[in-house]
Design a protein around this ligand. Structure first.
Ligand code: COA
Length: 262
């Protein structure tokens, strides 16, 4: 077994200013794929933002060319998360129940959790280069982040089946039309727009923001929490099974996976 990817604190940048905590995925050389250490940093930063009464909004962003290539596949191959307190599952519970507004700036590919985490953001500004995909089945896995519930609700079952069973990507225009994102802008403008909108939110009373978000989410909250937990259990099990091992090994070896015997 290889050692986990180096824990580089700079892979997640977190800073708080004027009531806004900004979290930046900053592992561009690996396409902002997310390691266990990065999930841990994100989960901790969200928990700190949840508890800090001075924080009224959170921004999540990547780079102008890449939002996130999803889970770090080598990390999942060598160190699959197996318990509910694993960093990835902590992050999923944290973002899906986060009580304050989250604003996202998304440019370039948003793969897997790069797309599904957006289902828990409140305002999303996408670069015109944004490309969304949820190729869980292609990796021998199942959806996470309650995407098996929220994606069919958002886009209807037929389009959800293309996105989740076939793993077909969709571009920013489609995401806008389906209501996943708020606006499409040139990639160089997405972060600044997200920051401006977060500052607008941060100027508003926190109690009113939180109560409004709670009420808007209330109809789905219990079902989302239940689905996150069920998906985490399935996802954790499937990570260890032959289909996922073959997909991950093939990705690392830069070859096509062979599912013919699985
Ligand atoms: N996990 C680990 N490493 C990853 C990664 C991932 N999810 N995505 C990209 N990388 C690494 C590549 O292995 C490569 O590393 P190397 O330079 O050491 O060879 C580097 O990041 C650049 O990736 P590359 O594929 O060459 O970039 P690209 O611009 O051609 O393609 C993507 C970008 C995002 C389309 C492509 O990297 C991709 O499809 N990644 C996998 C996405 C995925 O299946 N994620 C899991 C979802 S659950």
């Amino acid at each position: 077994m290889s050692t986990p990817p180096e824990n580089r604190p700079q892979d997640i940048l977190a800073h708080t200013d004027a009531g806004v905590t900004t979290l930046t995925l900053n592992r561009v050389d690996k396409k902002n794929s997310i390691t266990a250490a990065m999930y841990g940093a994100l989960a901790d930063a969200l928990e700190a933002a949840r508890q800090d009464a001075a924080v009224r909004a959170v921004v999540i962003q990547g780079h102008e060319t890449i939002f996130s290539a999803g889970n770090d596949i080598g990390d999942f191959l060598n160190h699959p998360p197996s318990t509910p307190d694993a960093p990835v599952f902590r992050f999923l519970r944290g973002i899906s129940s986060f009580p304050k507004p989250i604003v996202a700036a998304v440019c370039g590919p948003a793969v897997g959790i790069g797309t599904t985490m957006l289902l828990h953001c409140d305002l999303i500004y996408a670069g015109d280069n944004a490309a969304f995909s949820m190729p869980f089945v292609n990796l021998g896995l199942c959806p996470e982040a309650a995407s098996s519930l929220l994606v069919p609700q958002l886009m209807g079952y037929p389009r959800a089946a293309e996105a989740l069973l076939l793993g077909e990507p969709f571009m920013a225009e489609t995401a806008l039309e389906m209501g996943l994102i708020n606006r499409i802008v040139p990639p160089a403008e997405a972060s600044a727009l997200a920051q401006r909108q977060a500052l607008r939110l941060a100027a508003k009373p926190l109690s009113a923001l939180m109560e409004t978000k709670r009420l808007m989410k209330k109809g789905n909250a219990a079902a989302v929490a239940e689905r996150v937990a069920e998906e985490c259990a399935s996802f954790g099990r499937m990570l260890q099974e032959p289909a996922a091992r073959e997909a991950f090994t093939a990705f690392m070896a830069k070859r096509k996976p062979d599912f013919s015997k699985l």
